[in-house]
Design a protein around this ligand. Structure first.
Ligand code: ZN
Length: 82
């Protein structure tokens, strides 16, 4: 019978089966953080990042509105000329 190995997650401190940890091919070992914690972490990061991106885009758009519009016009023209 196959004995499932367990590993303690450094985040939630729970002992879980290895299959609940994602495997890193580059280091050839499992992560110290379980998938659940990993996804929580990445989700947080993702949200933060998204907010940052949106904010950045908004600001960029405000500051470069004329340029962007001009560029769009050009692209539009180019597309239609072909
Ligand atoms: Zn965990």
């Amino acid at each position: 019978m196959l004995v499932m190995k367990k590993k303690q997650c450094i985040k939630c401190k729970e002992r879980k089966y290895l299959k609940e940890f994602s495997f890193r091919k580059d280091s050839n070992r499992h992560r110290n953080c379980c998938m659940k914690c990993m996804s929580n972490k990445s989700l947080k990061y993702y949200r933060k990042n998204i907010e940052h991106c949106i904010e950045y885009k908004k600001r960029y758009y405000r500051e470069n509105r004329e340029k962007i519009l001009e560029l769009r016009k050009k692209q539009y023209k180019l597309k239609n000329e072909k």
